[in-house]
Design a protein around this ligand. Structure first.
Ligand SMILES: C[S@@+](CC[C@H](N)C(=O)[O-])C[C@H]1O[C@@H](n2cnc3c(N)ncnc32)[C@H](O)[C@@H]1O
Length: 340
């Protein structure tokens, strides 16, 4: 249902518009709380605003207001003037928790200023943030980006692995494989599978560390390259293209699909995972907004419809296409096609 038509009797209602106009308050409250490590400060139990302010070296009056706002948003609970992490914050926002999502949130935090340049990007027709900054040129930013991708992939991977049957497959090419997380987890799940991750050198350097730390260096190899130009090899059983199509134009996606199809052996599987819209491009709303996010951060960035990707796969000679949605809250869909 269109949220702008909530009112009874179908008359236009301004509530949703007003809510949207201040929605960034919510975001900045979470982003700042995560950045100053507010949730870590409450990890061992409830505290008063004065105790939190002292622990984090923040101004007491503002800290009290921040704590109340976080409680209002459901991130914290309050009792007798003491604040504690709500269960979701304790699970996902405390750095020692195995399900910590703070690095993913830090990545959104870094893009807050970039979103403020949306008008400029629309007028100039180019991203507000040069992609090179987080893809190798700026080492600190690149590392933060790779760690955020890694954390996010760990969250998504279990669902993705559950959707895939790669039993009996031997050679996986992970194009733009980022931190290599999918390759590590897929080769762990499917015995006999070995992966090659093709990545830009600055990203691959961080990924090498993560793959080694996971003890997977014997089955996951990093190859420095540029997926627009690098040879994809031949005889592959599986090609994975995850989170890349949103940086690429239709022409580039078609080229990547054709080269993937060419490097697969008969019966080989192409898997394209990404945020996709329904046909027409306007829903889900998150996916349509994600298109803007990518426009702001990559020269050809945007969002595609999974139905279009399946059509491009068919044009490249692939068969048995299907698209499957990952379970919520993940917004991703996985499109698969088989080389005849
Ligand atoms: C959103 S990330 C996805 C990473 C990983 N596949 C995943 O799903 O977690 C997109 C990746 O594409 C890589 N990339 C972008 N342009 C590339 C290029 N021209 N050649 C190789 N990799 C590239 C980036 O470095 C980044 O790791």
């Amino acid at each position: 249902m269109n949220p702008m038509h909530h009112a009874t009797g179908g008359a236009p209602d301004p509530t949703a518009i007003i809510r949207l106009s201040t929605a960034y308050w919510d975001s900045q409250t979470l982003l700042t709380a995560n950045r100053v490590r507010l949730f870590d400060a409450l990890a061992d139990g409830a505290r008063t605003p004065a105790e939190v302010a002292q622990a984090l070296q923040l101004a007491p009056r503002g800290t009290a207001l921040l704590l109340k706002a976080c409680a209002g948003l459901g991130l914290l609970t309050e009792a007798d003037g003491r604040f504690a992490n709500a269960p979701s914050a304790a699970t996902f926002l405390v750095s020692r928790s195995p399900a910590f999502m703070g690095n993913v949130i830090r990545y959104s935090d870094q893009l807050y200023g970039t979103w403020g340049q949306l008008e400029q990007s629309l007028r100039e027709g180019r991203p507000a943030l040069p992609a090179e900054a987080y893809l190798g040129d700026d080492p600190a930013r690149t590392r933060a980006f790779v760690l955020a991708m890694h954390e996010r992939a760990l969250g998504i991977a279990r669902a993705l692995v559950g959707l895939l049957d790669l039993q009996g497959r031997r050679a996986l090419l992970d194009v733009g494989g980022g931190p290599g997380t999918y390759s590590v987890l897929l080769t762990e799940r499917f015995a006999g599978l070995e992966a090659e991750v093709l990545e830009l050198p600055g990203v691959a350097a961080v990924a090498r560390e993560l793959v080694a730390a996971a003890g997977a260096a014997d089955r996951v190899a990093l190859r420095d390259g540029d997926y627009h130009h690098s040879d994809f090899g031949h005889g592959k059983d599986v090609v994975l293209m995850s989170g890349m199509f949103h940086r690429e134009s239709e022409a580039s996606c078609r080229d990547l699909i054709a080269r993937a199809a060419a490097c697969l052996q008969p019966g080989g599987l192409l898997i394209v995972s990404d945020v996709f819209t329904d046909a027409g491009g306007t829903q889900p709303a998150f996916a349509a907004l994600f298109g803007l996010n990518m426009m702001l951060t990559a020269p050809d960035g945007g969002v595609h419809a999974d139905a279009d990707v399946m059509r491009w796969m068919a044009d490249a000679g692939l068969r048995d296409m299907r698209s499957a949605a990952l379970p919520p809250p993940m917004p991703h869909r996985v499109v698969m096609g088989v080389k005849p």
